[in-house]
Design a protein around this ligand. Sequence first.
Ligand code: ZN
Length: 77
Amino acid sequence: MSTTLNGFFSLYLIVFLALVVTAWLAFAWRQYRLKYNHRRHWVCPVCGKPIPIVTPTLRIHCRACGSVHETQHLKEK
Ligand SMILES: [Zn+2]
């Protein structure tokens, strides 16, 4: 099996575009999750009070007890 320059370039182009599209989709999915989490209402597992989320973020700060939580580990109200 011999690899031509044309075949190598096509393979390089396909792999490069696949990486770019994968990174793009991962970024878009992360942004969607942040917006979706922003619309939900969370309950603090320490004090049990609802946590208002002002800005979309992965970590939120409970104003009642001061604890910091990641939104993926919190329960929805
Ligand atoms: Zn709390």
